[in-house]
Ligand binder design. Structure first.
Ligand code: SAM
Length: 228
């Protein structure tokens, strides 16, 4: 069933000209049943009332339970990476269940800032990937924060080579989870000390050194493989 993101679930919901164009390409006609979601977790059936050049109207149907979210929200705090690497991470990590991306400025980060256009592009990628993976939640992508300002609410894990602890041994789902992944140059010792001092547990991803864009997916892969 075709899924459409709407601003909010309401008795009658307008769609943008772009979304309407997509429905025309699919040759949908009034009376067709679609699935709508609001990006915040609500999902429902909806019937196409009208479809024209300038937009479309949908009528709200039965609410649908979407059980594709992890038991607690996952924040992925990730160091800024060079080029377009963050796009690939955001796409795959959205499929793997991340609720919030927190970009991080770190001592050895490959970049110290991200342009407004790039940030908007990451948000579009998260929206598209959440739709494709049939989630009802569209992850938020937050602008960069200096690493010392990263707070911890719930459980926090920091991927750091040579650590003894393993994510899957320590993770439980009683509280929100924050996963932290470093830049190609790694975290400085002071950053590791600050994060562990703030309550983050340093975890290993095995004896091999993973690229900065692979490590967050390995963390999330462990979560996905546990079946939640
Ligand atoms: N020379 C850097 C160091 O020793 O930290 C290597 C950094 S690695 C290319 C980039 C990031 O991926 C690291 O900061 C860490 O967050 C994560 N990472 C890569 N391999 C890892 C491993 N085997 N265990 C835990 N974290 C790893």
């Amino acid at each position: 069933m075709h899924r459409v993101k709407v601003a909010a679930l309401a008795r009658v919901m307008p769609l943008s000209a772009d979304e309407a164009q997509h429905l025309r390409v699919l040759r949908l006609r009034p009376g067709a049943v679609l699935r709508v979601f609001d990006g915040q977790g609500a999902e429902a059936d909806a019937t196409l009332l009208r479809l024209g050049e300038g937009g479309a109207l949908l009528e709200l149907g039965e609410a649908v339970e979407n059980d594709r979210e992890t038991p607690q929200p996952i924040t992925l705090a990730i160091a800024l990476l060079k080029g377009d690497k963050l796009s690939d991470v955001v796409r795959a990590a959205t499929e793997l269940g991340v609720t919030t991306f927190q970009l991080l400025q770190t001592r050895h980060a490959d970049a110290s800032e991200i342009g407004e256009q790039k940030l908007l592009r990451l948000r579009r990628i998260a929206a598209e990937a959440s739709k494709q993976s049939r989630r009802a939640v569209t992850p938020e992508v937050r602008p960069p924060l200096p690493l010392p300002q990263l707070g911890l609410a719930g459980q926090g894990f920091l991927a750091h080579p040579g650590s003894a602890a393993r994510l899957t041994d320590t993770l439980d789902w009683t509280a929100p989870v924050t996963l932290v992944s470093g830049p190609e140059g790694g975290f400085s010792e002071a950053e590791v000390a600050a994060l562990t001092g703030a309550g983050f547990t340093a975890v290993t991803l095995g004896p091999r050194i993973l690229r900065a864009e692979t490590a967050p997916l390995a963390l999330l892969g462990a979560v996905a493989a546990s079946g939640v």
